[in-house]
Design a protein around this ligand. Structure first.
Ligand SMILES: Nc1ncnc2c1ncn2[C@@H]1O[C@H](COP(=O)(O)OP(=O)(O)OP(=O)(O)O)[C@@H](O)[C@H]1O
Ligand SMILES: [Mg+2]
Length: 158
């Protein structure tokens, strides 16, 4: 799976049946821990907290490293969307994804994409997220900035 480019994030913005939270952070590396905690707190009673914390750390790191969010005065914003049944699924299982975590950045140049790396070089953060996300996607443009998102779901019910 690569990053689905130009695709709106599910559960975030516009879907009135979803729960939505967002918070912005200064564009500094020492803000990543706060972004992680924000997600961990809000998703603590779902099955998605760990995956969501990992994804948001990587997305925030990318925003800082690859966009002007990381430059002086920059910022990034963490978004969380959860389908209305986000609680119920933890007991009943099923393939439906109900949580989406995302980071908005300020853009500048380039687009998020999974890189093919040769040999023993470790995979990048996006490749690691693609291993567990139902969908990895991105909306926006280098000029406007991107909203990079991961939809998290449950494995098929046994
Ligand atoms: N928010 C973003 N805006 C623009 N380009 C991005 C963004 N996120 C990722 N990219 C591009 O996608 C590439 C792959 O990202 P990925 O997170 O997988 O690896 P990385 O950030 O280069 O390395 P690592 O995550 O291992 O530190 C990046 O090198 C960068 O070119
Ligand atoms: Mg990265």
């Amino acid at each position: 799976m690569n990053v689905q480019y130009g695709v709106r994030a599910p559960w975030i913005g516009g879907d009135t049946s979803a729960l939505n939270w967002r918070r912005s952070f200064h564009g500094r590396v020492d803000e990543i821990g706060g972004a992680r905690d924000f997600v961990g707190f809000l998703l603590a009673n779902t099955r998605f907290a760990e995956q969501a914390e990992f994804a948001v750390s990587e997305f925030a790191g990318n925003a800082l490293r690859h966009t002007i969010s990381g430059q002086r005065g920059g910022w990034f914003c963490v978004h969380i969307g959860m389908g209305a049944n986000g609680m119920a699924i933890s007991d009943h299982g099923g393939p439906r994804a109900t949580v989406c975590v995302a980071v908005r950045d300020l853009g500048g140049s380039g687009i998020p994409a999974i890189e093919v790396r040769e040999g023993h070089e470790s995979r990048g953060g996006l490749a690691a997220i693609a291993e567990f996300a139902v969908t990895l996607g991105c909306d926006g443009s280098p000029q406007r900035g991107h909203l990079v998102w991961a939809e998290l779901g449950l494995p098929e019910a046994a």
